[in-house]
Design a protein around this ligand. Structure first.
Ligand SMILES: NC(=O)c1ccc[n+]([C@@H]2O[C@H](COP(=O)([O-])OP(=O)(O)OC[C@H]3O[C@@H](n4cnc5c(N)ncnc54)[C@H](O)[C@@H]3O)[C@@H](O)[C@H]2O)c1
Length: 253
């Protein structure tokens, strides 16, 4: 297949988001890099191989902001056929401590759900509204977490529950999108060396946390991006509604 697909990656300034953008650009896709602030995604965009990439700011928890992003892409004749939602938040307490349920105020719960669950829905919905009936190799890839599958160790209950919502939402979406031959899958990372992990785990303490990981180490963003690359490939056309674990064996179904 001659690659002419355009991918939108949310959270593109993040640790995993950057690696995903690079992997997709290396596969020959044009990438729309979106995150809260424009400057960081512009910098990532300039470092990517290939051409036709774009940078945009979006707050995925804000419907108007999401709609504005898709409207401006449409204005420029840009139709997205691959969507990768990596944007998320995972709040921590003082010194990286887990915020327990008593410390999880209704406002904090709502904020986490607004970004991780509602935001993922809002971007998927806007994507579905603009996708064509004859899209070739359309893909939706949402991000969960081993925490949602294990009950979490390092993350607050709101984060864990919001990521469980992403898994269930994506399965239902996979059924809806099947008639269009668009797949919808989840990538579920374990401990991955990014700013999100480093808010709660210092590198010198990795050995304390990897004891339950059969591969005995923290993973790399590029190893997560490789899973996204696979799902984006035309040869992954029969994989939908699945959760692809990238966790060193931390959780096995
Ligand atoms: N790093 C890990 O160990 C780990 C483990 C399990 C799951 N994950 C998941 O992988 C994904 C990527 O995580 P990461 O480690 O790269 O995190 P990260 O914190 O490095 O990046 C997250 C990005 O999302 C962006 N973002 C946050 N709120 C946003 C909003 N409202 N609108 C738009 N963008 C927003 C941030 O600005 C940031 O650039 C997330 O969904 C995360 O939950 C990560």
């Amino acid at each position: 297949m001659t690659e002419n697909r355009i991918a939108l990656v949310t959270g593109a300034a993040g640790g995993i988001g950057q690696a995903v953008c690079r992997a997709l650009a290396e596969q020959g896709l044009q990438v729309v890099l979106a995150d809260l602030e424009l400057a960081p995604v512009q910098a990532v965009m300039e470092s990517l191989p290939g051409h036709g990439h774009r940078a945009a700011s979006v707050d995925i928890s804000n419907v108007a902001s999401v709609e504005q992003l898709f409207a401006s892409l449409l204005d420029d004749g840009v139709q997205v056929s691959v969507l990768v939602n990596t944007a998320a938040i995972s709040p921590v307490g003082e010194g990286g401590a887990v915020i327990d349920v008593k410390g999880t105020t209704p406002e904090l719960w709502e904020k986490v759900f607004a970004v991780n669950a509602f935001g993922t829905y809002a971007v998927c919905r806007a994507f579905v509204m603009q996708v064509g009936d004859n899209t070739q190799h359309g893909r939706i890839i949402n991000f969960a977490s081993t925490g949602a599958q294990l009950g979490g160790y390092r993350s607050c209950t709101a984060y864990v529950a919001s990521k469980a919502a992403v898994i269930a939402f994506t399965k239902a979406l996979a059924r809806e999108m099947a008639p269009l031959n668009i797949t919808a899958n989840v990538v579920s990372p374990g401990l991955i060396d990014t700013p999100m992990l480093r808010t709660r785990l210092a590198p010198e303490d990795d050995h304390k946390s990897v004891g339950l990981v059969p591969l005995s180490r923290v993973g790399l963003p590029e190893e997560v991006a490789a899973a996204v690359s696979y799902l984006v490939e035309p040869k992954a056309a029969y994989v939908t509604g699945s959760t692809l674990d990238v966790n060193g064996g931390y959780y096995m179904v």
